[in-house]
Design a protein. Structure first.
Length: 188
C-alpha cells in the first residue's frame, strides 16, 4: 500500500509541475510578415508575370509552407550533408522555382523554431520527383537568412506544399510551364 501512495504522490507532483509549466505565458510570436514589402518571382522556363494579388497569395502559401517546417539545416539535429543541400539549392535555382524576397529581414515562427528570413525559395516542377541522392527525398524548400546563409528545410506538410502548387497553377494558368500537376487527389 505504501508504494501505491508513493506513486499517487509522484503522479500528483508531476501533474502540478506540468500544470505550472503550462501556465507560463507563451513566448511572444514575431509579427506575421504579411505586410512587409516583398517581391515574388515565378520561374518556369522563364519568368512568369504575376499580379500583385497573386504575388501576395504566393507569398502567403510560401510562408505557410515554411511555418510548417519541423527541421532545418541550422539545427544540430540536421542529419543530411550540407554539401548535398547546397547542391540541391543550386539545382532549384536553375530549374522551375518560386522565390519570395523580402525588402527587410523577417522573423518567421516555424514548427522547428524561430527563423530570420530574407528569401524563401521553393523548387517546383518534375525534377523534384527524382532525388539525386538515394538516401532521401529531394529538398524543395530553402531560405536565405539574415546572414545570407542558405538554409534547407525538411518535414514540412505535404498538404501545404500541394496548396502552394495549386496556387502556382491557378496564378500562372499554365501547368505546362511549371509542369505541376493540375490535380493532386486529396489536396486540390
Amino acid at each position: 500500500m505504501g508504494s501505491l501512495v508513493s506513486y499517487r504522490v509522484l503522479i500528483a507532483a508531476l501533474v502540478a509541475v506540468v500544470s505550472a509549466a503550462g501556465a507560463r505565458p507563451a513566448p511572444a510570436e514575431p509579427p506575421a510578415p504579411a505586410s512587409a514589402p516583398f517581391t515574388v518571382r515565378v520561374s518556369c522556363g522563364g519568368d512568369i508575370a504575376v499580379s500583385p494579388a497573386a504575388a501576395a497569395m504566393l507569398r502567403d502559401r510560401a510562408l505557410d509552407l515554411l511555418q510548417s517546417s519541423h527541421t532545418n539545416s541550422l539545427l544540430r539535429e540536421w542529419h543530411f550533408p550540407l554539401s548535398e543541400m547546397q547542391e540541391e539549392f543550386r539545382a532549384a535555382l536553375t530549374s522551375e522555382h518560386l522565390r519570395v524576397t523580402f525588402a527587410e529581414i523577417q522573423s518567421v515562427a516555424s514548427a522547428g523554431g524561430a527563423l530570420r528570413v530574407h528569401e524563401i525559395i521553393v523548387r517546383l516542377g518534375p525534377d523534384s520527383q527524382h532525388p539525386p541522392f538515394p538516401d532521401r527525398f529531394i529538398d524543395e524548400l530553402f531560405t536565405v537568412d539574415d546572414r545570407r546563409r542558405i538554409v534547407g528545410h525538411a518535414l514540412y506538410t505535404g498538404q501545404t506544399l500541394a496548396a502552394l502548387w495549386g496556387a502556382v497553377v491557378n496564378t500562372t494558368g499554365e501547368a505546362d510551364r511549371c509542369r505541376l500537376p493540375r490535380h493532386f487527389p486529396g489536396f486540390y
